[in-house]
Design a protein around this ligand. Structure first.
Ligand code: SAM
Length: 240
């Protein structure tokens, strides 16, 4: 390799994400799949000068580049996209895998509001980032240049199928007791519709007796496959 190619760059996060997703498990695989997911991005000094975001509120959507900080630094040339059931192998650069050289992530998110009273905090929706994710850069999204619906999209030509989601009476009662009940119900619906069970469980027979859990905001959502080939949210409990 030439000396130029082997030059290492040091990148400093400009801020961190606080997210509706406390764990990696259950997060939809791309940002638009759960539009109800909320996050804040708080900028760190010296990037927290309000001048850095002057004019940004004129944009509805942003690109975030970030580090998959919860992924191993180890990577392999071939990965198994979950979208293909974990069976087929594709080149790491032919996928959006989190196990990649440099661990760089790229997500298109909705910008809801910017707060500049104490430093800078961006309020975001429709993201796919775990709590604590370090963000490297923010760029405004330019729909005229970057939206190409006719582009070929390889093994992921359309959004993944989404399952019908129902709520037990117990889960509904728990949601009704919460101030954020409506937005949490919508988030649970969007996350469970993506069927967050491990791929090898989805295809297995007789799994309806199994119980699964996913953590969203400050709750544990217990769910299972329902009789009608959907998912039922059974319990919504405070994380203890
Ligand atoms: N939209 C981004 C991209 O294309 O670079 C991320 C796609 S990646 C397939 C989405 C998954 O990354 C989520 O389902 C979540 O489990 C995982 N994830 C999110 N934040 C992460 C982090 N900070 N470290 C490791 N994995 C993360």
């Amino acid at each position: 390799p030439s000396s130029e190619a082997s030059t290492a760059f040091t990148l400093t996060p400009i801020g961190r994400i606080a997210s509706d997703y406390p764990d990696k498990f259950g997060i939809p695989r791309q940002p638009g799949l759960a539009s109800a997911a909320r996050a804040t991005l708080t900028l760190a000094p010296p990037f927290d000068d309000p001048l850095t975001v002057r004019g940004l509120d004129a944009f509805s959507h942003l690109w975030l580049t970030f580090i998959f900080h919860q992924s191993p630094t180890r990577w392999t040339p071939l990965v198994r996209p979950p979208r293909l059931g974990g069976n087929a192998k594709h080149g790491v650069f032919a996928t959006r895998s989190t196990h990649r050289p440099n661990r760089l992530g790229l997500s298109l998110v909705e910008l809801v509001k910017i707060e500049t009273h104490h430093g800078v905090t961006l309020h975001l929706r429709g993201h796919d980032l775990v709590d604590g994710t370090p963000v490297l850069d923010i760029k405004p999204y330019l729909a005229w240049a970057e939206a190409l619906p006719e582009a070929r999209s390889g093994f992921a030509p359309a959004p993944p199928p989404s399952l019908p989601v129902t709520f037990s009476a117990t889960a509904e009662a728990a949601l009704l007791r919460r101030r954020d009940g409506d937005s949490l119900r919508e988030l649970i619906r969007q996350v469970l519709a993506q069927d967050p069970r491990p791929a090898y469980h989805k295809n297995a027979q007789n799994t309806s007796e199994r119980r699964y859990g996913v953590r969203l905001r400050d709750v544990d959502v217990r769910f299972h496959p329902s009789a009608s080939n959907g998912i039922e949210a059974m319990h919504v409990e405070d994380i203890v």
